[in-house]
Design a protein around this ligand. Structure first.
Ligand code: ARG
Length: 470
């Protein structure tokens, strides 16, 4: 790009000490308005509160305050309606709005920035924005939880294989498996709520980084904006992005949970498993293989975890080794956060929608529990209840399984005589223990898969989510 700066004094709001206009290439390289315009409503909200406080402390007259508030409202309307010309030569959202205000209302507009710096202003906008995102995420997580609970309710009492190492392990209820995600999304919500506490502290008044000598009232601004308090150290405040890193780590955890669920849905919808059917409208076809029905939604959710983890890594790397306080590097904090917000909210809401369009192939799932010696642990527990030490019981059942593998049958297919050969303590009540239903319903320990426990868990969840049970 051509640099045409000769004999042209800087027109910037900060241009007083500059002899030359900024090079066009520098403007293009340093601007953030192309993405931080997303913060406009928060910038305006913050400026209105700041102006109100300035007037209350004698730094603005009432007329000036009214002019500023009205001016800011009209700028907001213009931006809302797409009638505002953002200028990259004005760098960022803060200066685009401030310059427009000065152009619109004159000298009163030029007083707005008293006692404030863009360093505390950008921290304010970012915190206000993230506070709203926390609230949105909590709603979206609840939606996902509700979708999980309604599946758990729909398939209550039906069984499927539970896995460890992707090997059939023990039979469980479909509802128990789905309710595992209810717990994960619940913890995600708690983490967001906790992160919100640290976001919701007002940075305004830290000014450039050392505070200000002007008579400002930080607590008043904090109150006006619904913050829970004000930050304690101006230097920390100007350079702090912990709250954004924490937010991204919450985002990452949500996306990881979504990704694990997605991975299961991809596996389960394959012909090899055929455990679930994802409705046609949530799948796509292949451009070459007419028979294909692909689980693109869970695949993409799984794939998008890469960018969310990447956003977290960017911000961590960005802040590592930064000296106090504000450094321009920090301008790079916004795009990863915006991208993570968009990605995680889209993934959460499409997941909830997809779950509502998912059906389990119950019969196939039940059949799958009947092979693979999934009740072998129950037999070992049976022996333990008959006073056989667990390690010995484990060995006995292992030998029984080996014999079954040789015979090509399941444990349930052995006769009482055959099974008693492994241990004389075994009696005919063993067959109840070896049945899938008996196995599932015996697991009544807190958090276990017995229908009794899962029903309790689902009822508690329905209550928590405000869902009226059947
Ligand atoms: N656009 C800047 C950012 O996003 C605003 C703060 C600029 N502060 C400064 N002293 N240049 O970080």
């Amino acid at each position: 790009m051509k640099v045409d700066s000769k004999n042209k004094k800087s027109q910037k709001l900060w241009g007083g000490r500059f002899e030359e206009a900024t090079a066009a290439s520098v403007e293009a390289f340093t601007e953030s308005i192309s993405y931080d315009r997303r913060l406009y409503s928060y910038d305006i909200m913050g400026s209105k509160a700041h102006a109100t406080m300035l007037a209350a402390n004698g730094l603005l007259s009432n007329e000036e305050l009214t002019a500023i508030i009205d001016g800011l409202s009209s700028i907001e309307t213009r931006i809302d309606e797409g009638n505002f010309a953002f200028k990259s030569e004005l760098e960022d959202i803060h200066m685009n709005i401030e310059k427009a205000l000065i152009d619109d209302i004159g000298p009163a507009g030029a007083k707005l920035h008293s006692g404030r710096s863009r360093n505390d202003q950008v921290a304010l906008d970012f915190r206000l924005y993230l506070r709203d995102q926390c609230d949105c995420f909590m709603l979206l997580l609840d939606e996902a939880r509700r979708a999980v609970v309604s599946l758990a309710r729909k398939y209550m009492g039906q069984v499927m294989p539970g896995y460890t190492h992707t090997q059939r392990a023990q039979p469980v209820l479909i509802s128990h498996h789905m309710m595992a995600y209810y717990e994960m999304f619940g913890r995600d919500g708690e983490r967001i709520a906790d992160c919100r506490k640290r976001i919701n502290i007002s940075p305004l008044g830290a000014a450039a980084m050392a505070g200000t000598g002007l008579p400002i009232d930080r607590e008043m601004v904090a109150d006006l904006l619904g913050f829970d308090g004000v930050t304690a150290n101006s230097m920390d405040t100007a350079g702090d992005r912990d709250f954004a890193i924490e937010f991204l780590s919450c985002c990452t955890m949500i996306q990881l949970h979504l990704s694990r669920l997605s991975e299961e849905l991809v596996l389960w919808s394959s012909q090899e498993f055929a455990f679930v059917t994802i409705a046609d409208k949530f799948c796509t076809g292949s451009s070459i293989m007419p028979q294909k029905k692909n689980p693109d939604i869970p695949e993409l959710i799984r794939g998008k975890s890469g960018r969310v983890v990447g956003s977290l890594m960017s911000l961590i790397t960005l802040t590592k080794g930064l000296p106090l306080t504000y450094n321009r590097d920090l301008q790079e904090d916004k795009e990863p956060v915006f991208d993570a917000v968009d990605t995680v909210s889209a993934s959460l809401s499409i997941m909830a929608e997809m779950l509502a369009n998912l059906s389990f192939n119950s019969q196939r799932l039940e059949e799958a529990t009947k092979t693979g010696f999934m009740t072998a642990t129950d037999l070992a527990d049976y022996l333990v209840l008959h006073n056989v030490p667990f390690r010995e019981a484990h060995g006995i059942v292992g030998r029984a399984v080996a014999v079954c593998i040789e015979k090509g049958c399941e444990l349930t297919e052995l006769s009482l005589e055959q099974i008693r050969e492994f241990s004389p303590v075994i009696d005919k009540d063993v067959f109840e223990v070896l049945s899938v239903e008996g196995s599932v319903n015996s697991r009544i320990s807190t958090g276990g898969t017995a229908t009794l426990r899962v029903e309790e868990a689902v009822q508690a969840a329905e209550k928590q989510m405000g869902i009226v049970g059947d």
